[in-house]
Ligand binder design. Structure first.
Ligand code: NAP
Length: 552
């Protein structure tokens, strides 16, 4: 079965009447939000800037892009029939399969006619007298909606470093997060890749075999370990189906949203030979289990972490034949999981290809781009194609660029000038009827699991409002302050260091604030339950239609 990227069928370019729920973003979270809103009986529409379904999995279509969470744990679990109807080919699916899956979901639940593509939102304004939002797309089309849900994701605004001369380069340039829908022809080309985060280390081995030359510009090395992907055998497919309920139970009770079992030992519980054997089993284990199933003190005991790092460093030295290159590929500035660790397939091996070279930007900094290439302190190298794998404006990037104005014309980006302020990573004070599941401050781990929790919470909240005769909801300032303080003070409990983009540190001028939630999913669950148990005590509920309450 094949699905094209986009289908002619989509919503007309403008609503005929006011909408109950307007969703922005056709990624994993937005699709589920649209499905749940429609299923609950609300009128709903979805706007998407891209030309098709997928969100992050639409834009990040570079060669080698694939899940590093297990496919069936990242996928939707709300329908057992859907789960059984879609057989993933691999434990970690590649982007084309993911995009096909998301299109399958959209068509299976007849969602496409509620979606409009190529429709970036340029302004979103709250009207105090009616309690409605007016959302405008770049072609001037206006949508009036009661509830406005931005499912715009945390990794959706690509970051291009401000390198002098960036616009002067005359060859082809592509950002991994803005990859064109027509394939890029790398055959026989001189290619540069800038950046060695999760995206860079995926594309590098994927294109090395077809290019004439590949030059990797690395500023910081990362602790990369093997993804250990494999096809899903028929026996495994059958087991996945049979174990659906148990799998859901494990995922729904796991703090990080993975199936990986938690280990029962600390690093120094084991003598050295046993520890090395365990590290070897970790090295051979799938994806994130190196973090989630490793010794339990890995991220809290520096000496323990350093041993795991030394194990990885030895692996790098054993794979990469050129000792200088190997040393450059071994991080010296951070321990494992201080930054989000990437998972790789044949990455270190790539540096043994004679056509691949590594430039260490800490030793030879980038000076500028020229019309024909990249100049470092060492000189100029010429290229046909430059790939920017330089990351994203994480967490708040998209929300800050949609012209969102709440009460008294308050701009969201001003309200969040010192960092996001949220309750549950779902609402912010001064912006009634506005929700952003899948945004900053939610949890950490396998995103669709906790973003799905947030969508369920938003939808249940809208149902509650309808059932109780309300049509306006705004979080209390005190609740927002409490949650935001919990995020800010809890940041020290996070394994991630301030050098991680999870603190906004990759974007010049961005406030250094933790953008995830160290309390994780358990804290999110606990607080959501408390909201339900206290009948929404943390929120102001009112009727916008009641003039006495219009500006309450
Ligand atoms: P990233 O992790 O932020 O990496 C950006 C890279 O660009 C880093 O190596 C960074 O170096 C480099 N860089 C930034 N500015 C630079 C400059 N001025 N000069 C030279 N290098 C510069 O971004 P990403 O690789 O796109 O990954 C972002 C996130 O997307 C991942 O952490 C992950 O959550 C997600 N992702 C997931 C998958 C998956 O699930 N399979 C795949 C790809 C991405 P420094 O480290 O020195 O800043």
């Amino acid at each position: 079965m094949t699905f094209p990227d986009t289908r002619p069928e989509q919503a007309a370019a403008g609503p005929t009447a006011d909408i109950d729920v307007l969703v922005v973003g056709a990624g994993v979270t937005g699709i589920y939000q649209l499905y749940r809103a429609l299923q609950a009986g609300f009128s709903a529409q979805l706007l998407e800037a891209g030309g098709g379904v997928g969100g992050t999995w639409f834009w990040n279509r570079y060669p080698g892009a694939r899940f590093d969470s297990e496919s069936y744990t990242y996928a939707y679990l709300f329908s057992q029939e859907l789960f059984e109807a879609w057989e993933w080919n691999e434990h970690f699916a590649e982007q084309p399969e993911i995009e096909r899956y998301l299109n399958h979901v959209v068509d299976r639940f007849d969602l496409r006619r509620h979606m409009r593509f190529g429709a970036p939102v340029t302004s979103s304004t709250y009207d105090e007298s009616s309690g409605m939002w007016t959302v405008v797309t770049d072609d001037g089309t206006e949508y009036r909606t009661r509830y406005f849900v931005a499912a715009t994701g945390v990794l959706s605004v690509p970051y291009f470093p401000d390198v002098p001369g960036r616009e002067d380069f005359r060859g082809e340039s592509h950002h991994t997060g803005l990859w064109p829908t027509v394939p890029v022809d790398f055959a026989g080309k001189r290619v540069a890749v800038i950046g060695t985060g999760s995206s860079g280390v995926q594309i590098i081995p994927a294109i090395a075999g077809e290019v004439a030359s590949l030059t990797v510009y690395q500023r910081s090395a990362n602790w990369c370990t093997p993804l250990n992907n494999s096809p899903i055998s028929p026996e495994e497919q059958a087991r996945l189906r049979a174990d659906f309920d148990a799998m859901c139970e494990t995922l729904n009770t796991s703090a990080s949203g993975f199936l990986h079992p938690i280990h029962d030992r600390q690093t120094f519980d084991d003598p050295i030979h046993q520890r090395l054997a365990f590290f070897e089993s970790m090295w051979r284990s799938p994806g994130f289990s190196k973090l989630t199933s490793n010794y339990t003190d890995l991220t809290v005991n520096h000496a323990a972490n350093a041993l795991w790092c030394e194990f990885i460093a030895e692996k790098v030295r054993s794979i990469v034949r050129n000792p200088e290159t190997a040393e450059r590929l071994i991080p010296k500035d951070h321990l494992y999981a201080e930054k989000r660790p990437p998972f790789v397939t044949g990455y270190y091996e790539t540096y043994n290809n004679p056509n691949v070279s590594l430039v260490d930007l800490k030793q030879t900094p980038m000076v500028r781009l020229t019309q024909s290439g990249i100049e470092t302190s060492e000189g100029v190298r010429e290229f046909d194609v430059i790939v920017w794998a330089t990351g994203f404006d994480f967490g708040t990037g998209a929300l800050a660029r949609m012209g969102i104005r709440g009460r008294q014309d308050l701009a969201l980006e001003e309200h969040w000038a010192d960092g996001p302020k949220t309750f549950l990573g779902i609402q912010t004070a001064g912006f009634p009827n506005f929700f952003f599941p899948g945004g900053p401050h939610a949890a950490a781990g396998n995103n669709p699991r906790y973003n799905g929790d947030q969508v369920d919470f938003v939808t249940d909240t809208l149902i509650y409002l309808r059932d109780h005769g309300y049509d306006r909801i705004e979080v209390e300032v005190a609740a927002e302050e409490r949650w935001t303080e919990m995020i800010d003070t809890g940041a020290v409990l996070s394994p991630f260091g301030e050098s991680s983009y999870y603190f906004g540190s990759n974007i010049p001028g961005k406030p250094r604030k933790y953008l995830l939630n160290s309390g994780g999913r358990p804290k999110l669950f606990k607080e959501m339950r408390r909201v339900r148990d206290t009948e929404y005590e943390a929120f102001k509920l009112s009727r916008a239609s009641d003039p006495a309450e219009a500006t309450a």
